[in-house]
Ligand binder design. Structure first.
Ligand code: FES
Length: 92
């Protein structure tokens, strides 16, 4: 099922259910940090303000309470997230 992803200081969009959260954010041209894209490095970390995510596999990186790793999870419900440094859109 498609869920609504709301970005604090940004906008909301409907996430395609076949994309992980990082891919969903990229599909909206949101500029977001990442390195490994596999849950190892923790660089993609964002704050989960509201909602629930599901991990495909338990991330190896340490994930503090209230944070999530978009590269290895997808939205299980409508989400509100906060991106460190705010929501910026890539210019192309
Ligand atoms: S990009 Fe490395 S944990 Fe998400």
């Amino acid at each position: 099922m498609a869920n609504i992803v709301k970005i604090l200081d940004g906008f909301s969009f409907i996430s395609r259910s076949d994309l992980n959260l990082l891919e969903a954010l990229e599909s909206q041209k949101v500029d977001i940090e990442y390195q490994c894209r596999e849950g190892f490095c923790g660089s993609c970390q964002v704050e989960l303000v509201a909602g629930e995510v599901e991990y495909f596999a338990e991330p190896v990186a340490f994930v503090p309470d209230g944070k999530i790793l978009p590269c290895c999870c997808h939205a299980k419900s409508d989400l509100t997230i906060e991106i460190p440094g705010g929501c910026h859109i890539k210019k192309e």
